[in-house]
Design a binder for this molecule. Structure first.
Ligand code: F6P
Length: 564
């Protein structure tokens, strides 16, 4: 194991014991946000924070000043500050892969070149060398200078990747759509299900399509299969229209003009036939789910331009600096992570909803699912010992107000405690009026109404006062004390989005540190990949079929009987 200290068992710290006593006392006294607000006129001020473009209201959480103090004690006792420093300095805190964890280097300004030399590499200089190449390439595509094999400018990009090589770019592409200014559309293919590719290339002209293959390893089954499928689609299309004659030279020329790659494995990129000049690298110290601000964001630079991407990186960097420089008690990034631990370990909350009141953020919950659950869904600590408490919140969500008409019922009146993050913005790029009514304000009033209802509920007396029949009163009561955090931004632009992503990256880090986890490996995804390779031959080979377990065998037999 790399030479880093073993995790400190959070459950054995004095802060943990104090938190348990504090929790039990709060419960015994009766938690009531309504009373807490009534008794403390400064509660909102005490639990509000500003971080660049984002305003945070944590007052509707089940916390008191004492809770915050004890959570910060816990963070100190388990060494959050030391581990944070170790991460930013490039210590190999990803122990199981013996790697540094330096996604924060991706957003450091060029002026920091020379200041972060890790394992002999000047990380910031290398980041900017690739960024500069990506910016020039993207500008060529955007301006029409980059031509397809028949001399036509690019009108569409098909980006192929999966997991961290897809979820980030898709989410950001959707989120920043109002800033797409080059008339170039991007379609993202991730699933190995051929339906995904078939639908995404529908209507595209191979002559004006650029394929970006994104894969950290350049070995991922889904991505490499889809990349070959895309190659076949493109070459067949070009041959069918007579644009190329199908000779080896014409094929190589077509691939050169229509395929570029993003990877840490530049050797395999070249083997695929992609010109190394058109390959954009990143490094083993960038985890897939932490990579949207690396070369993995190439499709975004093509769609939005270098300036928007620079603002995006600046948003991340502002949060990185804040996270490092702000004392824990005032550090909303650290506090959000610690409050999540509070709910998970002391209230037994199992899941966490993220509810963006912004349609452009509709893929944000899906993005966060990989970031949070692939990072912290673990039962072994970074030194190989078992965890000592529950870990890994189940993240899920949906854009408001759609969720309101679906699962909010369970959050309001169900038996589970589900802490929720609400995210909204004061401005919209699409103002609209319904008669005299500003529709954005109507929308925002829903965000505010939901957090209010969750916090303060509705009592039996209030229900009775509406004339409800007595037997129906319980069904119409709202218990309240359902915790929420409100994140209110000025507008959803590249800077604010970079801030939001970095915020959750560091929340994951804080939680992972308290639980003693290596939040940067993902061994839990490997077994399924191995087994899929063993199962594939069984569809046609009886010997391979005989080796399967009874259930898998029966399912394959069903397939064999029904495949047309
Ligand atoms: O699903 C596992 C995983 O390794 C993710 O961590 C990663 O983001 C994804 O596969 C894609 O990997 P690659 O970028 O190497 O194709």
């Amino acid at each position: 194991m790399p030479n880093i200290p073993a995790p400190i068992d959070a459950t054995k710290t004095s802060a943990w014991k104090a938190l348990q006593d504090h929790h039990d006392k709060l419960v015994a006294d009766g938690i009531s946000l309504k009373d807490w607000f009534a008794k403390d006129a400064d509660r909102v001020d005490k639990f509000s924070y500003d971080l660049s473009d984002l305003h945070f209201d944590l007052s509707k959480n089940l916390v008191t000043e004492e809770t915050i103090k004890l959570l910060c004690d816990l963070a100190r006792e388990v060494g959050v500050e030391d581990r944070r420093a170790a991460m930013f300095e490039g210590v190999h805190i990803n122990t199981t892969e013996d790697r540094a964890v330096l996604h924060t280097a991706l957003r450091r300004p060029a002026a920091d070149a020379g200041k972060l030399v890790v394992d002999g590499q000047d990380c910031v200089a290398d980041v900017h060398e690739v960024l500069d190449r990506m910016y020039s390439f993207a500008e060529c595509v955007r301006s029409g200078e980059w031509r397809g094999v028949t001399g036509k400018a690019i009108k569409n990009v098909v980006s192929i990747g999966i997991g961290g090589s897809d979820l980030g770019p898709v989410m950001v592409y959707e989120a920043l759509k109002p800033y797409a200014d080059a008339g170039i559309g991007v379609r993202y293919v991730s699933n190995i299900d051929p339906n995904d590719m078939a639908e995404k290339v529908k209507g595209l002209d191979p002559e004006t399509t650029l394929v970006v293959v994104v894969s950290k390893t350049f070995t991922t089954l889904e991505t490499m299969t889809n990349a070959r499928e895309a190659k076949a689609w493109l070459l067949n299309g070009l041959k069918a229209s007579g644009a190329i004659d199908g000779s080896d030279a014409s094929v190589a020329e077509a691939v050169k003009h229509h395929f570029v790659a993003v990877s840490t494995n530049l050797k395999l990129v070249e083997d695929f036939g992609i010109d190394p000049q058109n390959a954009f690298g990143f490094w083993s110290w960038v985890g897939g789910r932490y990579s949207v601000d690396s070369a993995v964001g190439l499709s975004l630079i093509i769609a939005f331009g270098p300036k928007v991407f620079e603002e995006f990186l600046a948003g991340f960097h502002d949060v990185d600096r804040y996270f490092c420089e702000t004392p824990l008690e005032k550090n909303v990034v650290a506090l959000m992570g610690l409050i999540n631990v509070w709910y998970s370990n002391f209230f037994g909350a199992e899941s966490h909803a993220v509810l963006p009141y912004n349609q452009y953020l509709h893929r944000f919950p899906a993005y966060l699912q990989q970031l949070t659950m692939e990072s912290n869904g673990k039962s072994t600590r970074w030194d190989g010992t078992p965890v000592t408490t529950t870990t890994g919140e189940i993240f899920w969500g949906e854009a408001g107000t759609n969720g309101q008409h679906s699962f909010y019922q369970l959050i309001h009146q169900g038996t589970h405690l589900i802490p929720a993050d609400f995210i909204a913005f004061a401005n919209t790029p699409n103002p609209a009026k319904d008669g005299e009514q500003d529709v954005h304000e109507l929308f925002l009033s829903n965000f505010l109404a939901q957090t209010k209802a969750l916090a303060f509920g509705k009592t039996a007396d209030e229900v009775r006062a509406e004339g409800t029949a007595e037997w129906m009163v319980p069904a119409r009561c709202f218990p309240g004390n359902r915790p929420t955090t409100s994140i209110f931004g000025i507008k959803l632009d590249a800077h604010a989005l970079g801030e939001l992503i970095a915020l959750y990256e560091h929340i994951v880090f804080v939680e992972g540190t308290v639980w003693g986890l290596d939040s940067f490996d993902q061994w839990g995804v490997e077994l399924g990949k191995q087994l899929a390779k063993q199962i594939t031959p069984a569809f046609h080979d009886d010997e391979a079929l005989a080796k399967q377990d009874a259930s898998t065998k029966a399912l394959i037999e069903f397939y064999r009987a029904h495949r047309e």
